[in-house]
Design a protein around this ligand. Sequence first.
Ligand SMILES: CC(C)(COP(=O)(O)OP(=O)(O)OC[C@H]1O[C@@H](n2cnc3c(N)ncnc32)[C@H](O)[C@@H]1OP(=O)(O)O)[C@@H](O)C(=O)NCCC(=O)NCCS
Length: 432
Amino acid sequence: MADNNAPPENHDSSVDANVPSENENEASIDALARKVQESLSHAKKHKFWETQPVGQFKDLGDSSLPEGPIEQPTPLSEVKQEPFNLPTPYEWITCNMDSDEMCNEVYALLTNNYVEDDESMFRFNYSKEFLLWALRPPGYYRSWHIGVRVKSSKKLVAFITGVPAKIRVRDTVIVMAEVNFLCVHKKLRSKRLAPVMIKEVTRRVHLENIWQAAYTAGVVLPTPITTCQYWHRSLNPKKLIDVGFSRLGARMTMSRTIKLYKLPEQTVTPGFRKMEPHDVPAVTRLLRNYLKLFVVAPDFDEDDVEHWMLPKENVVDSYLVESPDTHEITDFCSFYTLPSSILGNQNHSTLKAAYSYYNVSTKTPWLQLMNDALIVAKKNGFDVFNALDVMHNETFLKELKFGPGDGKLHYYLYNYRLKNVLRPSELGLVLL
Ligand SMILES: CC(C)(COP(=O)(O)OP(=O)(O)OC[C@H]1O[C@@H](n2cnc3c(N)ncnc32)[C@H](O)[C@@H]1OP(=O)(O)O)[C@@H](O)C(=O)NCCC(=O)NCCS
């Protein structure tokens, strides 16, 4: 089971909606470089991943292989009862995230060592409140919050987590682990600690009689069920350009750029409002109906929706449209708050980013619904609104002036084979 993660913070490669040809050339060279990189990583040996029950590159396109679990569950008594061995200076801990002290340690490890973009300009800065939300959903297991400490100093140097989730693949709902927050301290990299972390979380998942997992990574591993792209919508273009997140388009001035991305002060959809606790049943119905459209998607019940969708300050925002006439809940949009530390800039230390989460349009047109989401995000001080090209997001990205980012996000399933690679639009799953 790999760690599940979002990709490095992506740079917005097209600032102007009318991307000039110079940028296009650069973009195509970038695309070519990416293709070369990708084909190299296919040829690359994966000493660890080749030993795991995951789709292997050599099997791609082999239609004789069945869809479904790659290995059958073993009796629980046959699951290894002791943790995997660590190099002698280190020890396993189970992280009690309810403890403020533990939460601070995890926060510090991730803040200083978690995902960066390729040029090390930005690093994800998940807040403590966010971590508590992400790691304690209904039915979570404390034993899946795993740390590695230096025995002598007790310093936390590595981390990996899982949380349980019901995920549907075509017609089958499977309880899986969503694995995330794999992190090894910068000073301990390339020592093959990550495979031990992954094997240990897998073992603890097996002990709960769970045999599948879902995860994402910015790197290519055997083998993605789909590969998605991040798109970025500038809300505060001046800051994004100042910190090097985006560039001023050719023949664009700062004031033209600011004008291009300007949004109305108020949302336009009648009945557009924040989600409240009494909306949980209606939102669950709306989401369940919508997510049926995708090949792989979460199977949310009301408890899940209460946990994952109810607005939580600086963590997750959800809005819906309540018809002024019928009071029916017809549309929904949500985004989570994931700031990035800006590394080495004199004037700015944090990039405030909103990440599109789950959205449903039944009555309000997609463009209008998501433009209202942009308006509330801008009002709440976000600098940029990010979205993957999953679900129906492609119907609004270009028209709402999102530009494609330069990183990819690969989605994986552990111990479950799909016959074919999916298109991003066939995926109904967003991991944090
Ligand atoms: C990701 C990270 C934990 C890997 O640790 P490392 O010290 O670089 O690599 P190790 O020597 O321990 O292990 C290498 C193995 O882990 C695999 N690996 C690397 N990143 C991985 C990931 N994100 N998910 C799953 N496996 C991963 C490698 O493919 C390799 O296995 P292989 O030989 O079968 O290909 C570390 O680089 C890190 O903390 N990076 C910053 C945070 C981050 O990017 N987290 C993951 C986000 S998706």
